[in-house]
Ligand binder design. Structure first.
Ligand SMILES: [Zn+2]
Length: 281
């Protein structure tokens, strides 16, 4: 009898561990949609250290772009299973406000796309009607020609301008544009190929609780949000682990299926073709 109970308990445990796997597994893995390893970060920590920090934080895939591009390529060369390389149109840190007026950017991006292998174009900064400037227009055309999504740090007007120019574009909206939840909701409803990542949006959650104004929007568009760290400055690399823990804590306040999509699946879905080709023999 005693053995029978014991055996029953073990069977239950076995079934339960399959049903609620994460209880027994390591921290759930993250798709980090906003990592930079720019020139200044390369002076601060080595490629190996950067990769160690991403891995220690449980980041399975990271969308990486850098000012200049060499940092992205170095990370990708050492960790193609982790790094999803995006081409930033900045040749050095500090070009975020000037790049759209510098037509020499076009040749740089064209050469890189021709000679390299990238999963996206961005992250770049663009606001309002600046999407009509020749350099930005060319980025939108190149994304279309190469079948790549754009990673855009811009306001709602810029996002509308991009879809006006190319209704078939795919756009990952950095920081959800720092727009409020109602505006983000409206744009996600209007553009089915718009995704929003929540890096640097600390107000979405506090103390492991999702704010009420965001909760409904996150659940309504559970297949369109992602998370990200945004290592926009070297010291931000010191916070990758802590940020990942903070992210998991507030995602746990959402229904598990919603949290899992935002934490990992949406990024993996947007970059599915890339990930399949990257892991193909
Ligand atoms: Zn950024």
């Amino acid at each position: 009898m005693r053995y029978e109970i014991h055996w029953r308990f073990l069977s239950w445990l076995l079934v339960a561990s399959f049903a609620v796997g994460p209880l027994f597994a390591a921290d759930p893995e993250l798709f980090d949609a906003h990592i930079h390893y720019s020139r200044d970060a390369r002076d601060y920590l080595s490629v190996q250290q950067a990769l160690e920090r991403l891995r220690a934080a449980g980041i399975r895939h990271a969308l990486v772009s850098s000012s200049g591009d060499v940092g992205t390529r170095e990370l990708y060369a050492l960790a193609p299973e982790l790094v999803i390389p995006s081409l930033r149109p900045y040749r050095a840190p500090g070009e975020s406000a000037s790049w759209m007026h510098d037509e020499s950017v076009i040749g740089f991006v064209e050469r890189r796309l021709r000679d390299g292998r990238y999963a996206a174009i961005g992250e770049f900064h663009v606001y309002g009607s600046d999407v009509d400037l020749p350099v930005v227009k060319r980025m939108i055309e190149l994304a279309r020609d190469y079948g790549l999504p754009l990673h855009v740090h811009g306001d709602a007007e810029a996002i509308e301008g991009i879809f006006h120019r190319d209704p078939a574009a795919r756009v990952l909206w950095a920081h959800a544009g720092f727009e409020g939840p109602m505006r983000v909701d409206a744009l996600l409803r209007r553009y089915p190929a718009l995704w929003a990542e929540l890096s640097m949006r600390g107000e979405v959650a506090a103390g492991g609780k999702v704010s009420e104004s965001w909760r409904a929007v996150l659940i309504a568009h559970a297949d369109r949000f992602m998370v990200g760290t945004d290592t926009y400055t070297p010291w931000r690399w010191d916070e990758v682990l802590e940020h990942a823990e903070w992210t998991r804590a507030w995602l746990a306040d959402l229904p598990p299926a919603v949290a899992q999509r935002i934490m990992y699946e949406n990024g993996a879905t947007l970059f599915r073709a890339w990930l399949q080709s990257a892991t193909a023999p």
